[in-house]
Ligand binder design. Structure first.
Ligand SMILES: [Mn+2]
Length: 76
């Protein structure tokens, strides 16, 4: 019996690029909360134009899959 392997995936330096982040997670990685853990390393904002959308998206993912989404943020 073949089981889908668990994956530990990290993403960093999103820098406000919402469309790229969404495409990365949904089309390229094809995140599956049944098997995948996604570690997001920070630099979510600045540079790109969609920082607020990035924050909403990652917080929503974390709220939907709290055991599968790990968010890091820089110390203040
Ligand atoms: Mn950076």
């Amino acid at each position: 019996m073949n089981r889908k392997p668990e994956r530990l995936i990290s993403i960093g330096d999103i820098h406000g690029k919402f469309n790229l982040l969404k495409s990365l997670i949904e089309t390229q990685i094809i995140f599956d909360p049944g098997t995948d853990t996604l570690v997001m390393l920070g630099d979510f904002i600045d540079r790109g134009k969609d920082s607020a959308k990035v924050i909403r998206y990652v917080c929503n993912l974390r709220d939907m899959y709290p055991d599968r989404i790990i968010l890091f943020k820089r110390k203040p």
